[in-house]
Design a protein around this ligand. Structure first.
Ligand code: FPP
Length: 251
């Protein structure tokens, strides 16, 4: 029995989110520069997207560039943006072939115009695809997302379009970048770090966390299968007790 066969296809996480970490350390161990690590990380992006599409996972979100990443050396930021442009340009055909729809979350207007335009073009081309939503978090941070939502809601209250009593969790959700994306059920972080790093702070309220020592450029389909099997062996209680879950809905 292969690892893939051990996955229960009826209990797949609908949405997997990944903090792709360790590109720099992977490259350093090989005596190469950090950009070499990022370039090799693209193969892991391909593998994981393909594996999710094959299994039937409906949504995959990848933390590709955080708001804080703008503070990295200029050369690295430029190289990462160029890598994004080249990857999106090259992979749009594969996205079409595999029925994958590209989406993006974050402060997208802060991206360099070339990157923004390439991204928007691919989003437009793939917009009717149905098998998997591949969401890139770019110039993204969870706190920034919540701040933008607060400002939008406050403006509506100020303009008299909304009453304070009408602010609900659902309304906050509707004002996030992820308004049309379900919350992730499984959050993976590679490279042995156990942090959330400002990723999807609102949306991970009930996500299961999975950490692996593997650096992102080493992450392959088998590693994704392992994380899903681990997820399927957990009991998700959403604040209830085990007994309540085995009896069924509480009265
Ligand atoms: C974290 O590793 C990785 C990033 C900040 C960038 C991730 C980008 C890619 C995998 C390439 C392009 C992606 C797409 C979606 C086409 P790190 O640099 O923080 O590694 P370190 O912690 O070892 O220094």
């Amino acid at each position: 029995m292969t690892l893939k066969d051990k996955i229960d296809l009826d209990k797949l996480p609908n949405h997997i989110a990944i903090i792709m970490d360790g590109n720099g350390r992977w490259a350093k161990e090989k005596g190469k520069n950090r950009i070499f690590g990022h370039s090799n990380g693209v193969q892991s992006v391909r593998e994981v997207s393909e594996a999710c599409a094959e299994l039937g996972v409906k949504c995959l979100t990848l933390y590709a560039f955080s708001t804080e990443n703008w503070n990295r050396p200029k050369l690295e930021v430029t190289a990462l943006m160029e890598l994004l442009v080249q990857t999106i340009r090259k992979e749009t055909k594969t996205l079409m072939k595999n029925d994958i729809r590209l989406k993006a979350i974050g402060n997208l207007s802060s991206l360099p115009p070339r990157c923004y335009n390439e991204l928007m073009e691919s989003i437009e081309i793939t917009k009717d695809n149905k098998r998997l939503d591949l969401v890139l978090a770019l110039s993204y941070s969870g706190r920034d997302e919540l701040l933008q939502a607060c400002k939008k809601i406050a403006t509506e209250v100020q303009n008299g379009q909304l009453k304070t009593e009408e602010i609900t969790e659902d309304l906050i959700q509707k004002n996030l970048y992820t308004h049309d994306i379900p919350d992730p059920e499984l959050l993976i972080r590679t490279s042995g770090e156990h942090r959330v790093s400002n990723f999807l702070l609102w949306q991970i309220a009930y996500a299961e966390f999975y950490f692996t020592e593997k650096y992102w450029p080493e992450f392959r389909k088998e590693d994704l299968y392992e994380s899903i099997i681990n997820f399927q062996n957990r009991e998700r209680r959403f604040g209830k007790t085990s007994e309540q879950l085995s009896v069924g809905p509480s009265k």
